[in-house]
Design a binder for this molecule. Structure first.
Ligand SMILES: [Mg+2]
Length: 456
């Protein structure tokens, strides 16, 4: 993971130390000796994370953090505040001004790298979502992506696995402002709970008498239903070997005892946000794919999808020696509908026409709006005779029931013409199959419209 990190500290030796550790992990490091410099760098450069000292002359770390979070250009940059161990109130203050996480001086290597990586992964996801949201906005489809927003800061759902009643109680209390916590003391039952309920985070307190908590973590990682569920482990101070094994197993973060409630809240929020971003990203990928291949007016597939998918269907029919037919249809005198009743009425007719196609063809058929008032249905495993029968059924469905225009309730008599082609020995490419259907359609139009013509 490569990223640019800004280290802010008024003591040059502290800057050098953090810089060396981060550079050793191949991060790109910028440095600043005071708050003003830090703000200027964030404003002008692409910064992925800020490590921020609190005690600095002039402007302290709290104010720097507050200003970063108040500026729309820098608000999305994660801020880790470096606090002194003997100043627990710093963390409360830090959370209030929008800090994303804390590190305690002297900074421990393992903590530094795991915190930084955890926040950078989160930022990668949120950046991706922001870019998509901007693209969607310029394309005018942002409403679809926005529907999943707003749930952002609902109470989280956390599963706490903790062998001791008194620590369960303390942790549930600490997390109360941000989450509903289900506490459980049996690790085996926890696996079942985690796979059956929509938790957003599992916290494992490594305090069992005779159970290895890493076993639970590894089982959660290996099960299909819990594979993406974030895990935070609570360990004994100084038990670095357990932390390293836990991180290797895919545990997302850790906290050492005694648990600082503010730290617990900050870490839990980061993990839950990350899960929510992940879920939204997955949903938006699905939506983006659907949008790219769908005609927005009719909900049928679009021409781009047809152009890509026809050759797949064609090759499959060749390989299996099965028939394949194409039906091309065009609404008769559609221009008159638009000219007489307006484009909204024209859109109503197109939507209704598409709906009649949809209810006539089978699920395996590929129905597309090919452009304007022209539609194509590709029918796998369909002989020319069956294709002609389907076309005739659709022709009748269009002709016999009038189309109702929405605002006026006026009834419109609509007809359509149909051309059919099928894959036979002489047709050798998908393009030729389409061309023949097009010629047949042209013939249907020339022959007086409202009819089905099969390619010779
Ligand atoms: Mg300082």
């Amino acid at each position: 993971m490569t990223a640019r990190i800004l280290v802010v500290d008024d003591i040059p030796a502290n800057v050098k130390l953090l810089e060396a550790r981060l550079v050793a992990e191949y991060f790109d490091v910028l440095t600043a000796a005071d708050g003003y410099q830090a703000l200027a760098i964030c404003e002008k450069n692409q910064v992925d994370l800020v490590l921020l000292d609190i005690m600095m002359p002039g402007m302290d770390g709290f104010e720097v953090c507050e200003r970063l979070k108040a500026n729309p250009k820098t608000a999305h940059i994660p801020v880790v505040m470096v606090t002194a161990l003997d100043q627990p109130t710093d963390r409360v203050h830090g959370l209030r001004v929008g800090a994303d996480d804390f590190l305690t001086k002297p900074v421990n290597d393992l903590q530094l790298i795991s915190r930084v990586k955890s926040l950078l992964r989160l930022k990668t996801l949120s950046d991706e979502l922001r870019i998509r949201a901007e693209t969607a906005q310029t394309m005018g489809i942002d409403e679809l992506l926005r529907t999943s927003e707003g749930r952002g800061e609902d109470a989280g759902q956390i599963l706490l696995v903790d062998g001791r009643a008194n620590s369960q109680e303390r942790i549930v209390k600490a997390l109360k402002p941000i989450a509903d916590v289900s506490a459980i003391s049996d690790p085996q039952a926890a696996i079942f709970e985690a796979s059956e309920n929509p938790f957003e985070l599992v916290i494992v307190n490594a305090n069992f008498e005779d159970y290895d908590p890493l076993r639970l973590c590894s089982q959660l990682r290996s099960l299909e239903r819990t594979r993406f569920l974030p895990i935070l482990i609570i360990t004994e101070q100084g038990d670095d070997s357990m932390v390293i094994r836990a991180l290797e197993l895919g545990v997302n973060d850790y906290i050492v005892r005694p648990v600082d409630p503010n730290e617990l809240v900050a870490r839990s929020l980061t993990q839950m946000r990350r899960k929510r971003y992940n879920d939204r990203l997955r949903a938006s990928v699905k939506e983006t794919i659907e949008l790219a291949v769908t005609d927005p007016l009719t909900g049928l597939s679009n021409r781009r999808y047809l152009d890509n998918h026809l050759s797949t269907l064609f090759n499959r029919s060749m390989a299996r020696g099965r028939p394949l037919s194409v039906l091309m249809t065009d609404i008769d005198r559609f221009k008159q509908v638009n000219d007489t009743y307006g484009h909204d009425a024209g859109d109503d007719v197109l939507r209704e026409f598409a709906s009649r196609i949809r209810s006539t063809v089978r699920g395996a058929d590929l129905a597309c709006r090919y452009g304007g008032e022209e539609f194509v249905v590709v029918m796998p495993d369909t002989s020319p005779e069956v294709a002609a029968a389907v076309a005739e059924r659709l022709r009748a469905a269009v002709e016999t029931t009038p189309f109702v225009l929405k605002p006026s309730g006026e009834e419109l008599h609509v007809t359509a013409s149909f051309g059919i082609s099928s894959r036979i020995a002489s047709v050798i490419t998908p393009g030729q199959l389409m061309k023949q259907a097009d010629l047949a359609l042209y013939e249907a139009k020339n022959g007086g419209r409202n009819r089905v013509v099969a390619a010779a």
